[in-house]
Design a protein around this ligand. Structure first.
Ligand SMILES: Cc1cc2nc3c(=O)[nH]c(=O)nc-3n(C[C@H](O)[C@H](O)[C@H](O)COP(=O)(O)O)c2cc1C
Length: 192
């Protein structure tokens, strides 16, 4: 028997229930159905002071860092803002610098699913690539599949359901990949 793995989702926008948050919730729900425990850090929980390498860590940032430090896997979701990661999400990720001295520094040893939402394909794809680059920089393992979602085709219902089967399948596959990687690592580290 392996232990239950913990998947932490970080992302969205300042608007609770944003499309990025809806996509993130779908990945986390799917991860939960695959046996993981999940934690969501989205919307107002992402609002924290601009990262200052010489400053003190604000309570919001401490909560984020504690969740990331305890995670077995991560899922990041950002809207495309002018072709890249939104300032809100990027600032939260910049705070991860404070985990440089952690036992598992930054995102080390963890799979990271990346999801970008935009009003067109160009922004969706460039933002997905940026999330994957940040994941590499933070020593994480981007999952083979990431999701670039074009919201101009309105693929989410007001209740948060995904109306596009292909997008739903992609988000579920990302959940499978993060849970599988985290489970394999949990097994490997429990026997070493
Ligand atoms: C400041 C700002 C910049 C944006 N820049 C882009 C962009 O470069 N490309 C794009 O396709 N969509 C862009 N959008 C649209 C958002 O990415 C899109 O509406 C997204 O679905 C909003 O996500 P949210 O509901 O999670 O906030 C921008 C929106 C805002 C508010």
């Amino acid at each position: 028997m392996h232990r239950i793995v913990n998947v932490v989702g970080v992302g969205g926008s300042s608007r609770p229930g944003s499309t990025a948050e809806q996509a993130l919730r779908i990945v986390l729900d799917a991860a939960q159905r695959r046996g993981a425990s999940v934690q969501l850090i989205a919307g107002p929980a992402l609002a924290m002071p601009l990262y200052d390498p010489h400053g003190t860590t604000a309570p919001q940032a401490r909560r984020l860092l504690s969740a990331i430090a305890g995670a077995d896997a991560l899922v990041l979701a950002s809207p495309a803002y002018h072709g890249g990661i939104s300032g809100l999400v990027k600032n939260a990720l910049d705070h991860v610098e404070e985990l440089r001295e952690d036992t598992r520094p930054y995102f080390s040893e963890r799979a990271v699913g990346c999801v970008a939402v935009a009003h067109g394909w160009q922004g969706a794809v460039s933002t997905l690539a940026a999330l994957r680059d940040v994941t590499h920089a933070l020593r994480g393992w981007p999952t083979p599949l990431g999701a670039a979602i074009n919201t101009s085709t309105a693929c989410f219902s007001p209740a948060g359901d995904c109306k596009d089967t292909h997008v739903q399948e992609q988000l579920e596959e990302i959940a499978s990949q993060v849970v599988e990687f985290a489970t394999i690592r949990a097994l490997a580290t429990s026997t070493t």
